[in-house]
Design a protein around this ligand. Structure first.
Ligand SMILES: C[S@@+](CC[C@H](N)C(=O)[O-])C[C@H]1O[C@@H](n2cnc3c(N)ncnc32)[C@H](O)[C@@H]1O
Length: 270
């Protein structure tokens, strides 16, 4: 968030949301990596600010020999770890800036398998045929940054083979009602959990520069079902004692009291 941004709750459609968020992630890519790159590792798979890894949670199931698509891959750390586990991956992202960081990491990693294929595309319009992948996932990418998250679920389901798995982590919907403050200021409800009006930052002309969309837990379950997916688990990772780091509004204080991340584990109906 820029300190000069005007912050409001107002409607923001798909085109406005996509344009704003593409520019925002392009501009923030270097700073984001500088701030969070060490925590994420260059070839590691972390599901969220709690610091739980796929190597511990195993939410994707078997990945060796599987065709895996990552949506909103950022610098591609998760995909890079997956190839070291024997998966065949494609890492995609809306932002060319984020993918440029991914390319830099590709050139830096010593394991040649970890130079992953990168593709720029919007998660709501995936340039792949039906049933192209065994597994689709996103770790905090895309889901809150699109106006039509139901459409994103449909796209994920479309490119999955029957019986394939779609797993996504995102900010826990419960957090919407609280200010984005890692300290005690973030422990008091200040707005309605039920208010789906998007969070919009805008420049001095009122042009959106960053947009987040909120859905309740019930909304997410209905989006998943409408896409022809079956929800097999909803993981609310607890804050581990080993993690003493604050990431934006996520902190040991808040993490010890209520969930900060929700991980939805879904399968395409066979
Ligand atoms: C919080 S980062 C998560 C990336 C990575 N998993 C990480 O932890 O660094 C969110 C990512 O979602 C991407 N993103 C935003 N909107 C998107 C969209 N419509 N389609 C695909 N990716 C999108 C952003 O460009 C950004 O790279």
């Amino acid at each position: 968030m820029s300190e000069f941004a005007q912050v409001s709750r107002r409607l923001a459609g798909a085109a406005e949301t996509t344009a704003a968020n593409r520019s925002w992630w392009d501009a923030e890519a270097a700073d984001y990596y500088a701030e969070h790159g060490r925590f994420l590792g260059d070839a590691d798979f972390v599901w969220g600010p709690e610091g739980w890894r796929e190597s511990e949670l195993r939410l994707l199931g078997e990945v060796a020999g599987r065709r895996v698509l990552e949506i909103g891959a950022g610098a591609g750390q998760c995909s890079r770890w997956l190839v070291t586990q024997g998966a065949s991956v494609v890492a995609t992202d809306l932002s060319g800036g984020m993918l440029r960081t991914a390319l830099t990491l590709n050139q830096r990693v010593s394991d040649p398998r970890a130079a992953i294929p990168l593709l720029q595309c919007d998660g709501t319009v995936l340039p792949f045929g039906e049933g192209s992948f065994d597994t689709v996932f996103t770790a905090y990418g895309a889901v809150p940054f699109v106006a039509d998250s139901a459409g994103l679920m449909r796209e994920a389901a479309r490119v999955l083979r029957p019986g394939g798995r779609f797993v996504f982590s995102t900010t826990h919907p419960f957090r919407w009602a609280f200010p984005d403050d890692p300290d005690s200021g973030g422990l008091t409800v200040t707005m309605s959990y039920f208010d789906r009006t998007p969070y919009v930052e805008a420049d001095s002309d009122g042009e959106a520069t960053y947009v987040e969309h909120h859905r309740t837990i019930g909304d997410r379950v209905r989006e998943i079902a409408a896409a022809g997916l079956v929800l097999v688990d909803l993981v609310e990772p607890e804050w581990p004692e080993r993690n003493t780091e604050t990431w934006g509004g996520w902190s040991p204080l808040r993490g010890g009291l209520f969930p900060g991340t929700a991980i939805f584990v879904c399968e395409r109906s066979a």
